[in-house]
Unconditional design. Sequence first.
Lengths: 415, 79
Amino acid sequence: MSPQPATMEAPWPVAELGARLREYIDRLGTIWIEGEITQWGVSGGNVYGKLKDLEQDATVSFTIWSSVRSKLPATLSQGDRVVALVKVNYWVKGGTLTVQVMQMKQLGLGALLERIEQLRAQLGAEGLFAPERKKRLPFLPGTIGLITGKDSDAEKDVLRNAQLRWPHVRFRTVHAAVQGERTVPEVLSALATLDADPAVEVIIIARGGGDFQNLLGFSDERILRAVAAATTPVVSAIGHEADRPLLDEVADLRASTPTDAAKRVVPDLAEELLRVDQARSRLSQRVTSLIQNEQERIQQLRSRPVLVDGGWIVDQRSQELTMLVARGDELAVRRVGDELALVERLCAQMRALSPRATLDRGYAIVQGADGGVVRTPSDAPDGRELVVSLSGGRLAARSLGPAASAPAVPDSRDD
Amino acid sequence: MAEPRTSDVGELSYEQARDELVAVVSRLEQGQTTLEESLALWERGEALAQRCEHWLIGARDRLDRARSERAGAEPNGDE
């Protein structure tokens, strides 16, 4: 029979609360749970450990009695991701809760990979792996942030190789766990610290490879989202070629090893000096050939006949003048000749029309003393002085008046 | 005769002088100019050609000077 609801006036005894809790917990029966073993201690053949949630901050203690332990895989150890069949007990007397493990098995590699693939697909769909969102690394970073395990080979490799390439390179290193349950919180904290430092221009997350399960933290969604959200470029140098963690996909640059990360982030001083020298040499050659080409071009222009010597300008005009004078002479001579021919033609015409021609045929012109031509006998009365023009000259005469008869005048057609 | 305008040639950049020189040669070769214009053009062409040559000689000198300075600045093996 269930007691009355507890009030201040009628409170439950502690035993009642304990009994209620036990009753409720017993109803759970046996259940399968999943987590990561973060503590595994053996005492008197029994195992006392802790199981942590894979994503959230939640932990539960568990016990494996020796009778059960003998049936479990001997390889189980701290850091393993497992599924366990458990029975939860509440001990009323001590007010304690125990989780008793009945079965436990490591999460299969297939299951883990499947989870990672699901996360890969989800983050890919969100565009976290898109090349266009990847930030460019600075050519020579002022300070390089390094997240790695304390005194690890990865740390030594990065520092040594970077300094070999550029002796004055500066690092700010923040140590973090790179495997196990502390990986995610410590890497997140280190990333936040370095990303907030304005001097840090690039961040390397380095670890020297390792077992796939040890690298699971670098496929954790929280780290991946933090890297994607960082304002500083992040280089992933986890050094695991097969089953690469998702950090490689989200990072702005993936390096195959910590050594490779140093080479990708820090330019080689000697190489760069050589490159500068080569560029200088090419520049010099280019400018020299440019000047040479231009000099040849100007030389070609200068050697064009019109520029060689300005004399041609005057010579050309002088020739034109000589030709014009010669042409003028020629035209003048031709014109005079033409005029002479015309005059001769006119003279011939004049001669043809002149009375002289008539006189040459035996005719005469009779003029009075006043010069008037005598045309009829009445124009020359008796005693009038006359001038007779003949072909051979002129003679003086006096009229005797009209003649009784005269010789016949020859017809001009008979001439 | 018209006074040829050559006083401004010294203020022209190399490219300006060269391009104008090409234009002057082209105009002279076309032969569509008066005697006075031809002479003025020829004188300008001569001034432009000199400007270009001086500029290029100067450029070559600058290049040689930079090279010798660099050679002087580079440490020798025995230093």
